[in-house]
Unconditional design. Sequence first.
Length: 87
Amino acid sequence: MTIQTFGTSLPCHPAAGQRRKGFQMAEDYSVKVSTFDCEILRSAFRKAVIEEQIPTDRWREFAMLMVREFIGQVAVEPDLLDRIVRK
């Protein structure tokens, strides 16, 4: 499985450039990822890191792109990323 999105950039959060001083949007983590799906993502992540020789300092960014593509949503739960990139 090859993920083509790592070399390209995905659009930022829709309101990222439109935020006003003192105004913050709450992150929407409404999409829940099952434990089974999380393990599949983690396995695919590990395989991609080895095959693509992705340096450790880029792992979190790469995992975020994978999860965004999987769930179809920009906001990714930080705990999910932690679980995917842990050694």
